[in-house]
Design a protein around this ligand. Structure first.
Ligand code: SAH
Length: 215
């Protein structure tokens, strides 16, 4: 499928919507303007791609709402070259935003079918994050530490493994809670000290534990 002038126009409109909801980071807004979100949805649903809404991507999962992607991306304060871990690859859209911001992206997906689908798809539109099939609760110890970590599913608690894989000065952004989550950002000040801030309520699909997989 193509990226047409019509799609580009719809994206400009989406950027205006997201800007009006309070996103000010111009690099994040440019990434949304650039990435062809309609290609992340099954072709029969492309008309929904540029509404500011989440959308089902199969396996009971969703591609996050553009505003939420922008909000989490802004909180991460990405600098070019930052090493970033994403938990919850899903469609890969958030990973592409991080790549556009100049990050080196490592992303983990718990569901094999989604991992496979996204691993095949992203290179076809020119994006190549490092992709892993596994449990994001454990992070990626072999590649730690990270400058930034983002969790894109609702976590019942902040996973300790992720805190320990953050560089000093690094930022972890994670929605915490069961039905409704509070967006939390955590800055690591030292080996043992973290400063936590809350940024309002969001609704994510839950982070899957150890036993869930394969449909
Ligand atoms: N970032 C995604 C949105 C993902 S929805 C995007 O831009 O499209 C949340 C994703 O987290 C789902 O794909 C889900 O399968 C995945 N997930 C849930 N629990 C996980 C875990 N423990 N480790 C890694 N991924 C997980």
């Amino acid at each position: 499928m193509l990226d047409t002038y019509k799609h580009k126009g719809l994206r400009k409109h989406l950027v205006t919507l997201v800007r009006n909801k309070g996103i000010t980071d111009e690099n994040v807004l440019s990434a949304i303007e650039k990435i062809p979100r309609h290609l992340f949805l099954d072709s029969s649903f492309t008309e929904f791609a540029y509404q500011d809404k989440p959308f089902p991507i199969g396996n009971g999962q969703t591609i996050s709402q553009p505003y939420t992607v922008a909000f989490q991306s802004e909180l991460l304060m990405i600098k070019k070259g930052d090493k970033v871990l994403e938990v919850g690859t899903g469609s890969g859209y958030q990973a592409c935003v991080l790549l556009e911001l100049g990050a080196k992206v490592f992303t983990i997906e718990r569901q094999r079918a989604l991992y496979m689908k996204t691993k095949e798809f992203l290179p076809t539109i020119g994006y190549r994050p490092r992709m892993f099939y596994g449990d994001g609760y454990a992070g990626l110890p072999a590649y730690a530490p990270f400058d930034k970590i983002i969790v894109t599913a609702g976590a019942p608690i902040i996973p300790e493994a992720l805190k320990s894989q953050l560089k000093i000065g690094g930022i972890l952004v994670v929605p915490v809670g069961d039905d409704i989550q509070t967006m939390i950002s955590l800055v690591r000040k030292s080996e043992t000290e973290f400063v936590q801030n809350e940024h309002g309520n969001f609704r994510f699909v839950p982070l899957l534990g150890d036993r869930v997989d394969e449909k």
